[in-house]
Design a protein around this ligand. Structure first.
Ligand code: NAP
Length: 348
């Protein structure tokens, strides 16, 4: 029998991505959907404007939307995609009531006792959960995934961490789907680039230091590297493209960096998790790849693609990387986190 799961904020854009990503999942089945009191009491199909390709999945369409409040019918495992203005309160209420909340919202990402996971890079940060339970007196827990642009950067930097990352300069070209629906006005983005995404640069800088930090047993010691991010919204649909320059204290050669990328495997690969890409960081040799339209959907949208590795005249090396923002940067990331938590016995 599959593990029942609920989705908080199921009617929104990320909620819909969760529903789509979980169709035919081998372990999890969506049995409960929650949203605001504007939607509660309605059938999912009546409460939701389905914005993804195809129609609302039949097994979800006739579920009745619940309020985002703990109740006896809510499953233990809850994915959270609620609006950030209400996520803090809602996620804490569910964790207090004993639920495992796997959140996509930004609200708890930087809390010292909350894991901010990219399972290939920092699966051991799950070690924060016993501390979180103790600190907060919760019988449940909250675990989070990063911002959609941070995922691409940290997956690409994962193989390079062994060389001693000391400085990173990053410029993003972020797809419109990252702004949700309706997102950026068409008059602003068609044939244009908007060189500002509120709060994004700070998130990218801080989350990267936490994700690439070391779990010491009692806390995460942040990566001692300077990270400078410039974030831009561009008129691509899906897939955040990121240009990265990095300084590495051990001064590896190009071949050593490529070997580290090619051999990179994390816990999701070792444990053969259902949503894990077989090769998490894939190097593309063609000089004009990766590209959002051509590459973001490969590997079910769950891999990070890297290309154009070359010497940087300012730092040491520079390259381009890409990840699918609504899959690897949102719903797929949270599902992979929950799969890791299952095999670690954290859903029992
Ligand atoms: P959205 O489309 O506006 O959906 C928000 C969801 O939250 C809806 O289900 C909405 O329910 C629900 N909600 C709103 N107010 C509520 C309340 N008072 N109580 C309970 N539920 C409430 O937003 P989104 O783009 O999916 O983003 C959801 C979260 O994911 C946000 O925290 C966002 O920062 C984060 N995120 C988004 C993206 C992205 O690509 N869009 C990427 C990464 C992270 P109703 O339909 O009933 O209003």
């Amino acid at each position: 029998m599959k593990i029942p799961v609920g989705i908080l904020g199921a009617t929104g854009m990320v909620g819909q991505h969760f529903i789509k990503f979980l169709i035919d999942h081998p372990w999890f089945e969506v049995t409960w959907v929650g949203a605001s009191d504007r939607s509660a009491g309605k059938l999912y199909k009546d409460a939701t404007s389905w914005r993804l390709d195809g129609v609302t999945p039949a097994n979800i369409a006739n579920l009745t939307v619940d309020e985002c409040k703990p109740s006896p019918t809510a499953p233990k495992l809850m994915f959270s995609a609620t609006d950030a203005s209400v996520a803090t309160e809602i996620e804490r209420a569910f964790a207090t009531a004993g639920h495992v909340v796997v959140s996509n919202s930004r609200n708890h990402r930087m809390d010292a006792d909350v894991p901010l996971l990219v399972p290939e890079v920092n699966a051991d940060h799950l070690g924060l959960l016993p501390l979180q339970r103790k600190n907060r007196g919760w019988s449940g827990v909250i675990a989070t995934n990063p911002n959609c642009s941070t995922v691409a950067l940290t997956m690409a930097l994962g193989p390079l961490k062994q060389f001693g990352i000391t400085r990173v300069i990053v410029t993003t070209m972020q797809a419109v789907s990252g702004a949700g629906y309706p997102g950026v006005a068409s008059m602003d983005i068609l044939g244009n680039v908007v060189p500002y995404i509120g709060g994004e640069e700070e998130k990218m800088q801080q989350e990267t230091q936490k994700i690439l930090g070391d779990f010491t047993g009692g806390e995460v010691k942040f990566l001692d590297a300077k990270v400078s991010a410039s974030c831009n919204r561009v008129p691509s649909v899906d897939g955040h493209l990121v240009s990265v320059s990095v300084e590495l204290s051990q001064k590896p050669s190009r071949d050593e960096i490529l070997a580290a990328i090619h051999s990179y495997q994390g816990e999701p690969q070792k444990k053969n998790l259902p949503s894990a890409p077989k090769v998490p960081v894939q190097y593309m040799d063609a000089p004009d790849r990766p590209q959002p339209r051509r590459d973001a959907e490969r590997e079910n949208g769950m891999a990070c693609f890297v290309g154009r590795l070359r010497e940087c005249p300012v730092l040491d090396w520079k390259f381009t990387c890409l990840a699918h923002n609504t899959i690897r940067g949102a719903a797929g990331a949270a599902v992979l986190n929950a799969e890791l938590m299952k095999v670690e016995g954290l859903l029992d």
